[in-house]
Design a protein around this ligand. Structure first.
Ligand SMILES: Cc1cc2nc3c(=O)[nH]c(=O)nc-3n(C[C@H](O)[C@H](O)[C@H](O)COP(=O)(O)O)c2cc1C
Length: 244
């Protein structure tokens, strides 16, 4: 089984997104999947120019010659696509959105009704029945911060004829890398292990259990404590700058 993971964090492997994404991918590898990871920061992907040349002038081909050509091939071959992104202004990062827009050559202009909804007819190779997974983390405490992004991911999976297989969501993401500084008392190893287990489940059973995904998102500390600790750290950072 081929897995294509796309990490849209500018922090790449050093970011909080990677702290959840990497064990998830390791779990998939342990279960026998062939996993490839791409970082949008390393790719040259220009924004879509909206010219529709890829539909009417050179069907299936974008006139922009950049890294999107190889990404499109990898996307076409993948059984599972994992989109990983920190929450940026309630959504995905800009470079990841640019990449998604540039998948438009995979569709034909013709419209059909599929499962009660208007959809473009997919081009050969961009067929239905494959899976999409979302991995995200955010700075705020509440799980509902992810709602717009999850909604978007579900919509685009349906739009591209893929099954939305679930999401690994981590609020208070910065705590993962700054544990002691943030004053957490309980280790977070269970969260990383749950991410790994979710990867194994997806490959072996074709789905991830709700129970496992809940551990990935579990509360790290009460909201008031989180906000107080975060504000204390921000104040220290600002004081260090003004002292210089
Ligand atoms: C431009 C920008 C926008 C952000 N917007 C949100 C947001 O809307 N909600 C939120 O909870 N966190 C937001 N954050 C915080 C990030 O999601 C958080 O720092 C995350 O841990 C970064 O992940 P990374 O280390 O993988 O890049 C934002 C951060 C940046 C830089």
């Amino acid at each position: 089984m081929k897995v294509l993971a796309i990490n849209g964090s500018p922090k790449m492997d050093k970011g909080n997104t990677a702290l959840i994404l990497n064990p998830f991918l390791e779990g998939m590898r342990e279960a026998g999947a062939e996993v490839e990871i791409l970082y949008t920061k390393k790719l040259k992907i220009n924004p879509c120019q909206g010219c529709f040349n890829c539909w009417f002038k050179t069907p299936g081909q974008c006139f922009q010659k950049d890294d999107m050509e190889s990404v499109r091939e990898k996307y076409r071959d993948a059984d599972i696509v994992v989109y990983a992104t920190p929450l940026y202004v309630d959504g995905m990062t800009g470079p990841l959105k640019n990449l998604l827009d540039r998948l438009v050559p995979g569709a034909q202009p013709f419209i059909q009704v599929k499962d009660g909804h208007s959809r473009h007819v997919p081009r050969e190779g961009f067929q239905y029945g494959r899976k999409v997974v979302l991995v995200s983390n955010c700075g705020f405490w509440e799980m509902d911060n992810f709602e717009p992004l999850v909604h978007h991911m579900k919509a685009l999976a349906a739009n591209m004829g893929r099954e939305f297989a679930g999401a690994l969501l981590r609020p208070c993401g910065p705590v993962l890398g700054l544990g002691a500084v943030f004053g957490i008392k309980r280790p977070v190893d269970d969260i990383f292990e749950a991410a790994r287990e979710a990867g194994r489940q997806l490959i072996r059973e074709g789905k991830m259990s709700e129970e496992t995904l809940k551990i990935v998102s579990r509360e790290l500390m009460p909201r008031e404590e989180y906000i107080n600790n975060a504000n204390r750290i921000f104040q220290q950072m600002l004081s260090a700058v003004t002292k210089k």
